[in-house]
Design a protein around this ligand. Structure first.
Ligand code: PGA
Length: 243
């Protein structure tokens, strides 16, 4: 079974998350190991009241260990809340909050050092795809993010074309498959390791209708789901889409 990660973005209050988890966890009991929930940091404490083998994910953090960084959250703070995964480089962070490739590289290295598994998000814009440079853009995002990373055993990447996020216009499963194969080869060549296990998730307008088609693709190792993860009944069905 492939990975199914839910990116709630800036949705749900703590009580909303509590109701969500109460509804979904009994439905996905057998598949928990493949599932992770990425919630705003302020709601992470809610997971203390729910047991299970699902992953707890943060949507954001700062790379420094501590200090005068008003408004930021450190990796050690996340670890105390049992966070095991964190998104890095999501296009909304890049575009709305101005996160640079340099910052993304620093965050990725800090997460690896702290023992929190980063999910590195990459993706090209519509203009870049139409100009035929999508593969080059992806290669450059990978080079910049992975430039300072030492040997690794495994890495999770989310391929999320910017034009597909929240647009109702997903990539075709065939295009995702092509790009995922390219991402795996590129990561292995940047990190000079053929043994490295690279998992590539697809994200961008995944829904109940198309999830199964993406999951059939051999190089699609899972899904990162935004909008369609907010309804527990819907997301439970997506979790089971390849069973
Ligand atoms: P979406 O978002 O599923 O709503 O398109 C995906 C994401 O941004 O991770």
């Amino acid at each position: 079974m492939k990975l199914k990660f839910a990116n709630f973005k800036m949705n749900m209050t703590a009580s909303g998350l509590r109701s969500y988890l109460s509804a979904i966890l009994p439905e996905i009991k057998e598949y928990e190991k493949q599932v992770a929930f990425f919630t705003p940091c302020v709601n992470l404490f809610v997971f203390r009241d729910f047991e299970g083998e699902f992953g707890i994910g943060a949507q954001n953090f700062y790379f420094e260990e501590k200090g005068a960084f008003t408004g930021e959250v450190s990796l050690s703070m996340l670890k105390e809340l049992n966070v095991s995964l964190a998104l890095v480089g999501h296009s909304e962070r890049r575009q709305i909050f101005g996160e640079s490739n340099e910052l993304i590289g620093k965050k990725l290295s800090a997460a690896l050092k702290a023992g929190i598994e980063p999910v590195l998000c990459i993706g090209e814009s519509l203009e870049e795809r139409q100009a035929g440079v999508a593969f080059e853009v992806i290669k450059s995002q990978l080079r910049l993010a992975l430039g300072n990373v030492d040997k690794l055993k495994s890495l999770i990447i989310a391929y999320e074309p910017i034009w597909a996020i929240g647009s109702g216009n997903p990539a075709s499963p065939e295009d995702a498959e092509k790009m995922h194969g390219f991402i795996k080869e590129t990561v292995k060549s940047i990190l000079e390791s053929s043994e490295l296990s690279v998992k590539v998730l697809y994200g961008g307008s995944v829904n109940l209708e198309n999830a199964g088609e993406f999951l059939k693709m051999p190089n699609v190792d899972g899904l990162l789901v935004g909008g369609a993860s907010l309804d527990p009944a819907k997301f439970a069905k997506i979790v089971k889409a390849d069973c």
